[in-house]
Design a protein around this ligand. Structure first.
Ligand SMILES: Nc1nc2c(ncn2[C@@H]2O[C@H](COP(=O)(O)OP(=O)(O)OP(=O)(O)O)[C@@H](O)[C@H]2O)c(=O)[nH]1
Length: 335
């Protein structure tokens, strides 16, 4: 099964033509560093365009968009994001996803246990975009090859290793999940896993009446981008000005656009800081509750082992007394 006709970046004109005549899908990859976002992006696109390699420091430093046109003409836009949620990157990602987001792919790996810290991804998404964002979420597990090597299925893995928060996320997104083996060279397997993902994307689209995710932040950024484009066109068509005057006008327009972006970025940063604080408080409370429960359990254990010790001592004493009585009784009988 061949999915792809054209790969790679398109020109602005191609994009406008394609978007007006074909349905398109914009998918955003999010998740912890090293979980395999870029590798999954490459699997979806059918070629190595995002940088993907083992590194604890994080390979992807800025949001990037790549696209592919399928045989049926559908355009798949894939946005790879850096693991860190920072205002500038979120604004960039939304600006890239011009028409809205058709699915947010939350990437986890089965090559290790999900960490509590990964819980924050959902919090950040919900704070920034509201709870509606979960209607657009799909969970991608990478490392399918590792499971296969251990003769395990995704269900086995989830049965043994799934922490509470991941169960909650899966429930929130109606168990939309797919397993990816980004290392496979088997063409059939490659195509099948992408197909499964795209059918989940279709089910997300159906659930949301075909509408991609957008919100006020999207609209605001989109308006600014349109304003920039229109103002630039207007300046270019001005008559009676020198080249340097036109380029000065353009520079002023760019400055005003950058100022608006900075304002929006600051707004996003404030929201993120609030979430981080709330999350820190919540994690602190959870940790304190866990410690208290552990202490209580230890106390109960200690108390019961003290009681067992006391019972044993009583038993031993009773045995000694019985023996003593028997000895005395023996003596009396012999007399
Ligand atoms: N065995 C195996 N390795 C994988 C799979 N997917 C990704 N990897 C490896 O995991 C490592 C990290 O993958 P990336 O795609 O760079 O991860 P990322 O989430 O994009 O990381 P950052 O860009 O740093 O945020 C790389 O060495 C990949 O080859 C998979 O399905 N199986």
């Amino acid at each position: 099964m061949s999915l792809y006709k054209v790969g790679g970046d398109m020109m602005e004109d191609d994009w406008e033509f394609a978007s007006s005549s074909n349905p398109n899908r914009t998918l955003v990859l999010v998740g912890r560093t090293g979980n395999g976002k870029s590798a999954t992006g490459n699997s979806i696109l059918g070629k190595k365009t995002f940088k993907s390699k083992a590194s604890s420091r994080g390979v992807t430093s800025t949001s990037e968009l790549r696209r592919v046109i399928q045989e049926d003409g559908q355009i798949i836009n894939v946005i790879d994001t850096p693991a860190e949620f920072i205002g500038k990157e979120i604004v960039r990602c939304i600006t890239l996803a011009e028409g809205g987001i058709h699915a947010v792919l939350l990437v986890f790996t089965v090559r290790g246990r999900p960490t509590d810290e990964e819980q924050s991804v959902l919090y950040h998404l919900q704070t920034l975009f509201g709870s509606k964002i979960s209607d657009y979420m799909i969970i991608v597990f990478t490392g399918g090859d590792d499971l296969e090597d251990n003769d395990e299925t995704l269900e086995d893995y989830l049965g043994q290793e799934c922490p509470e928060f991941l169960k909650e996320i899966l429930e929130l997104c109606d168990n939309r999940m797919v397993l990816f083996d980004n290392k496979t060279t088997n063409k059939r397997k490659k195509a099948e896993q992408v197909q499964k993902l795209l059918s989940l994307v279709d089910s997300v689209a159906r659930k949301n009446n075909g509408k991609p995710f957008t919100d006020e932040l999207f609209h605001e950024l989109q308006e600014e981008a349109i304003k920039l484009r229109d103002q630039k066109k207007e300046v270019e068509s001005l008559k009676g000005y020198s080249k340097s005057e036109i380029s000065e006008f353009k520079k002023q327009i760019e400055i005003s656009y950058d100022r608006q972006l900075s304002r929006i970025t600051e707004m996003v940063e404030t929201k993120l800081k609030e979430t981080a604080k709330r999350l820190e408080k919540q994690l602190g409370e959870e940790q304190a509750a866990r410690l208290e429960a552990e202490e209580r359990a230890n106390e109960v254990q200690k108390r019961s082992s003290d009681e067992i010790k006391k019972l044993r001592e009583n038993l031993e004493r009773a045995e000694r007394e019985t023996k003593e009585l028997q000895r005395k009784l023996g003596k009396c009988i012999n007399l």
